[in-house]
Design a protein around this ligand. Structure first.
Ligand code: HEM
Length: 547
């Protein structure tokens, strides 16, 4: 207790000193609460499950002159500089390439299980990133396009089965689709989660339901570690068996064909490619006769698979749902999208899957589709970036003040960066053409201001995979389906089904907001910023004659 009091005192004394020196930070800091009450004031303006990036965007409006400010949420979160200045963000991720803070690892440990490239720095990071990179290369991913198309086909079949029927959660459909893809691309497992339940998604969904990066109401729940450990063990058991199986398959292929499977040019998962390098680089000349994988290596590989399932699934599925939502909201860009697909894949929509599977590189010709996806990610960025300040690294605020970073985390919050009115023309409008104009055009994106996958050596390893997946889904759906959000009906159903206490609270308590900037569709705190209430919607077939 005495230790905690002493730590708290030392910590707050430092923030108090920075405050006196004029470090930009919100009013309302206190020795007892730091900025926790300030944050609460902002979060309470939005729905309880709204993503933290949304109140941060609101708070950022007060710091237009500096484009960064300090938030002291210690001890529930390290004190951090919230930065939405593109030039300073570039300094943090490129010039200084600041290390990942310990919090980057500890905050995802219940999900990932232990160390991974998300938390590694220096040589560990270099070694593992180099080992994993080949599986995410553009060339390797093109080999997976036929499988991704098959998954998108199942997604379309499920949508078709819903035409003319009631409300369903598009988010649930998209999450199942991306899970099938990520399991195949990373682990070579074909689990068909779109049609059947499976232990791995059940486990990871349960673990993430009990997870928060910052919210003490979740973090302090004593049941949380028990649930997360139980499901963590289930994941590890499954992954270890699959890993061992892949290892056996690769060894057998080498023995029978004499060549490494990589040279046989069939689609290989991220993990198979990493195991190939492991075999190639092994000092054990008898590796092909070795019965089991090195235990330490297998443990870290297992962490990475868990990391990919977490970092790669929800981010991609949420983006798919927001893209389909924007298609329904903006008829003109939607019609451009369809025209592009007609011209590249031919007017016979029923042949799209066949054409794309035969020529995956056609995806790269879909310039408007890519622009549509990029603009979706600008408005609904699912990630953020966290770095650790150092004694050498200072960040220049917009007003010229030079800010020290030592001992502070730096968080690049993408929502306020992507909608910074100083640098973006019409920041709140959906304009895919921003991504098609030439440099010098007023819509041309400013350097460093667009960073959904972030920029620099540690940019997202899964960027190409996500973009391939999202473009494939748009190509497969845009000419077939209309989506109609059904929030009003959904809210009515929820109100009818509410229990006695919920009804009483609604009747007599303070009504909680359920829109963000008057929009019922918003990003939530659920891992990967899933859309509110899972995006309840109806689907209709596109009437090609009427289009
Ligand atoms: C729309 C989809 C996605 C978005 C917006 C996104 C965003 C991000 C961001 C902002 C970072 C931090 C970069 C930095 O620290 O500089 C990151 C890192 C990372 N992402 Fe993604 N991501 C997406 C999809 C994926 C996928 C599909 C995977 C893997 C299957 C993945 C795996 C990772 C990993 C492993 C890192 C850590 C990279 C490192 O530190 O070397 N992400 N992502």
């Amino acid at each position: 207790m005495a230790y905690l009091v002493s730590m708290t005192y030392q910590h707050r004394a430092r923030i108090s000193k920075l405050r006196k020196q004029g470090f930009p930070m919100p009013d309302g800091w206190s020795w007892f609460f730091g900025h926790s009450l300030v944050l609460f004031r902002y979060t309470s303006r939005f729905p309880p499950l709204a993503n933290i990036g949304i109140p941060m965007r609101e708070l950022s409006k007060e710091f237009a002159d500096t484009e960064m400010f300090l938030m002291d949420l210690w001890p529930s979160y390290p004190s951090s500089i919230v930065c939405f200045n593109p030039e300073a963000a570039n300094l943090a991720t490129q010039k200084y390439n600041l290390p990942k803070p310990p919090k980057a690892g500890t905050s995802v440990e219940p999900i990932v299980g232990g160390p991974s490239i998300l938390s590694f720095n220096n040589s560990d990071w270099k070694k593992w990133r180099a080992l994993l990179n080949p599986g995410f290369s553009a060339q390797s991913l093109m080999n997976h396009v036929p499988f991704i198309v098959d998954c998108a086909q199942v997604f379309c079949d499920k949508l078709r089965a819903n035409v003319g029927k009631g409300i369903f959660s598009l988010d649930d459909y998209a999450t199942r689709l991306t899970f099938d893809v990520i399991m195949k691309v990373t682990l070579d497992s074909d689990i068909n989660y779109q049609r059947h339940e499976h232990i791995i998604p059940t486990a990871i969904n349960t673990i993430t339901r009990w997870h928060s990066f910052w919210d003490p109401r979740i973090l302090l729940n004593p049941i949380r570690p028990i649930v997360q450990r139980y499901y963590g063990r289930k994941m590890v058991n499954y992954i270890n068996k699959e890993l061992q199986r892949r290892f056996e398959e690769l060894k057998a292929e080498r023995k029978t064909s004499g060549a490494a499977p990589r040279k046989l040019k069939r689609p290989l998962s991220v993990i198979s490619l990493a195991l190939e390098d492991y075999i190639d680089e092994s000092k054990d000349s008898n590796i092909l006769e070795t019965a089991t994988l090195d235990k330490d290596f297998a443990a870290i590989v297992s962490n990475h698979i868990r990391l990919f399932l977490f970092a790669g699934n929800d981010t991609t599925s949420a983006t798919i749902v927001f893209a389909l939502h924007l298609m329904s909201k903006y008829p003109e860009p939607c019609s451009q999208l369809r025209k592009e697909h007609d011209s590249i894949f031919g007017a016979d929509v029923s042949k799209t899957a066949e054409v794309l599977k035969a020529q995956p590189a056609l995806l790269n010709q879909c310039r408007y589709t890519l622009a549509f996806v990029k603009e979706t990610l600008r408005l609904y960025p699912p990630g953020a970036n966290m770095r650790l300040g150092t004694s050498e690294a200072t960040l220049p605020a917009l007003n010229g003040k030079i800010l020290p970073t030592e001992g502070l985390n730096i968080i690049l919050v993408h929502q306020p960066i992507h909608m910074n009115p100083r640098i973006w023309l019409k920041p709140n409008e959906f304009i895919p053409e921003r991504w098609l104009v030439e440099p010098g055009h007023e819509l041309y994106p400013p350097s460093g201001a667009y960073r959904p996958f972030d920029i620099g050596p540690r940019r997202c390893i899964g960027q190409e995979l996500s973009l391939t997946e999202i473009r494939t889904v748009l190509v497969m759906t845009a000419r077939n389906f209309h989506f109609k959000p059904a929030y009003e009906d959904w809210d009515q159903i929820q109100a009818q089904q509410a229990g006695f206490w919920t009804k009483m609270i609604r009747q007599f308590g303070k009504e909680e907001p359920n829109t963000v900037y008057d929009d019922r569709v918003y990003q939530t705190e659920k891992a990967g910023t899933h859309p509110s209430d899972g995006y309840p919607c109806r689907v209709e077939l596109v009437d090609s004659k009427a289009e």
